[in-house]
Design a binder for this molecule. Structure first.
Ligand SMILES: Cc1cc2nc3c(=O)[nH]c(=O)nc-3n(C[C@H](O)[C@H](O)[C@H](O)COP(=O)(O)OP(=O)(O)OC[C@H]3O[C@@H](n4cnc5c(N)ncnc54)[C@H](O)[C@@H]3O)c2cc1C
Length: 460
């Protein structure tokens, strides 16, 4: 059944973001009929308000840094300023082209796109604009939203990433509440654009979910870049007036700036969607799923950010593909959250997969080996002028169970890192392979050579 006005499908998906559309495309490839419902633009948060637009801003920020620092390379340029409307136009061009491509893909696979706000009205039915659609299988994929602190209203100069992405000017000064991925990425962009930035983080480190060595390296780099941060201190209150925002911390300290970005995490967008009424088990708004992404209601699955765990677009893609293949009876393999690659695209980048040293030691005690290869010994990193490292965490005499990196562009190394960890390669396995010279990727090879007992451009 493929007609656009059909109301019953093999797979009916609520939410056309990373998780939902991946499920739709894979289901269609497998010969299943698919209805994909979204109240907004196909592509969801990642394409329109998340990964893609923020990375376009970060690229513009890199261009600004290159212009500012070009004399170091003997190329004399002057950074005359940041034309935010033009930056936004470039960003919108990137998003627009990808959006068009995605619409074409969905159409070409005969997925029925149903536009409108959906509500689960039965275990296998969703109502949209007065029409009830049914699915032999239903997939819930309705995204997360940017959280705030109770009493801190998102309005005017107090904003989340949704509003910050659409600024048409560069603020002179910003306070960023939250030193996680979104907070440090925006801080990086604004600093490159010339703003005075202060990050406030309640935990003892920036990017607190990363290996502590990465957090400390990022803190050193940010200090050098002139990005201020206050760690281990909680936010108390904020007000705004014509002059800007005024923030008070729990230790009594006060900060003033043009804007306050609230980047304290994202919550599940499940309120009022009929999930609970239809008996779907939930916890604090998250949809609970088992290790096959099944909810407690037969043939109802949930994918992406509404399930507890990492909030990443590629986790959503994986979930979507997994559920399609599960429905088609292919018994797919699920990658655990810990082994999903993570990249924070600030300058310098932070990238990781697998266990941190602390997590490994908590699980395996003294049977853990950690090794840091300093990018100082890597030719390409010297050419780029970046500092950082690749840190390996190995189960003693066994596979590499964690890889953690800091440095400009190290996010590009995450592909090999995730293969090493997920294929349970040992340092010796990797050490026999060849890494092209001169690339930053060589540092990955060098780290494994060193752990295998035969360091090349590293001190033993
Ligand atoms: C600023 C920012 C930067 C980010 N950067 C990255 C990054 O670099 N890399 C990365 O991996 N992840 C990043 N993320 C996270 C990533 O965007 C999310 O993990 C991903 O989009 C989640 O996919 P999803 O399918 O769960 O939700 P979404 O992609 O948001 O899709 C959900 C869809 O459901 C629709 N919907 C919701 N309710 C209804 C309803 N009742 N009826 C109909 N439709 C409905 C919405 O309109 C939306 O289109 C970023 C997020 C933000 C906010």
């Amino acid at each position: 059944m493929t007609s656009a006005d059909s109301t019953s499908f093999d797979v009916l998906i609520l939410g056309g973001g990373s998780g939902g559309y991946a499920c739709a495309l894979r289901s269609a490839e497998l010969g299943l009929t698919v209805g994909l419902i979204d109240k907004d633009k196909l592509g969801g948060t990642c394409l329109h308000r998340g990964c893609i637009p923020t990375k376009a801003l970060l690229h513009a920020a890199e261009v600004a840094d290159s212009s500012r620092e070009s004399a170091h390379f003997g190329v004399n340029t002057t950074l005359q300023g940041i034309d935010m409307p033009k930056v936004n136009e470039y960003r919108d061009g990137v998003v627009g082209r990808l959006y068009k491509g995605l619409q074409g893909l969905v159409k070409s696979r005969d997925v029925s796109f149903i536009e409108g706000e959906g509500k689960l009205v039965g275990p296998n039915s969703i109502e949209v604009n007065g029409t009830v659609y049914t699915g032999k299988n239903v997939v819930l994929a309705t995204v997360s939203y940017a959280k705030s602190i109770p009493g801190l209203e998102i309005t005017g100069k107090i904003m989340t990433s949704d509003q910050a992405l659409n600024l048409d000017y560069v603020p002179n000064s910003v306070i960023v509440l939250g030193g996680g991925v979104i907070g440090v990425e925006f801080a990086s962009v604004w600093r490159s654009f010339g703003s005075d930035v202060t990050i406030v983080e309640g935990l003892p480190h920036l990017v607190p979910n990363e290996d502590e060595a990465c957090s400390k390296a990022l803190e050193r780099a940010y200090r050098k870049r002139g990005i201020n941060f206050i760690l281990g201190t909680k936010f108390a209150s904020a007000t705004q007036d014509a002059n800007g925002v005024h923030v008070t911390l729990e230790d009594g300290k006060t900060l003033d700036a043009d804007l306050l970005l609230v980047a304290i995490g994202r919550g599940p967008n499940t309120d009022g969607m009929g999930y609970e009424a239809q008996g779907v088990a939930m916890e604090r708004g998250w949809v609970l799923v088992d290790d096959r992404l099944r909810t407690n209601v037969p043939n109802v699955y949930a994918v992406g950010d509404i399930t507890p765990g990492l909030q990443l677009a590629h986790r959503g893609f994986q979930h979507g593909i997994f559920v399609a293949e599960e429905i088609a009876g292919m018994n797919p393999i699920m990658i655990e959250d810990i082994n999903i690659p993570k990249v924070t695209y600030c300058e310098p980048e932070v990238a990781s997969v697998g266990m941190t040293e602390a997590q490994a030691k908590a699980q395996f005690g003294d049977d853990v080996v950690a090794y840091e290869y300093n990018l100082g010994g890597n030719g390409k990193s010297q050419i780029l002028g970046t500092a950082g490292f690749i840190k390996l965490v190995q189960k003693k005499d066994g596979p590499v169970i964690g890889i953690h990196m800091v440095g400009s562009r190290v996010g590009e190394q995450i592909g090999e890192a995730q293969l090493i960890v997920n294929w349970e390669a040992t340092p010796e396995d990797v050490a026999t392979l060849i890494h092209a010279h001169p690339t930053q990727n060589e540092a990955m090879g060098e780290a494994h050579l060193a752990l295998a007992g035969k360091p090349l451009h590293a001190h033993a």
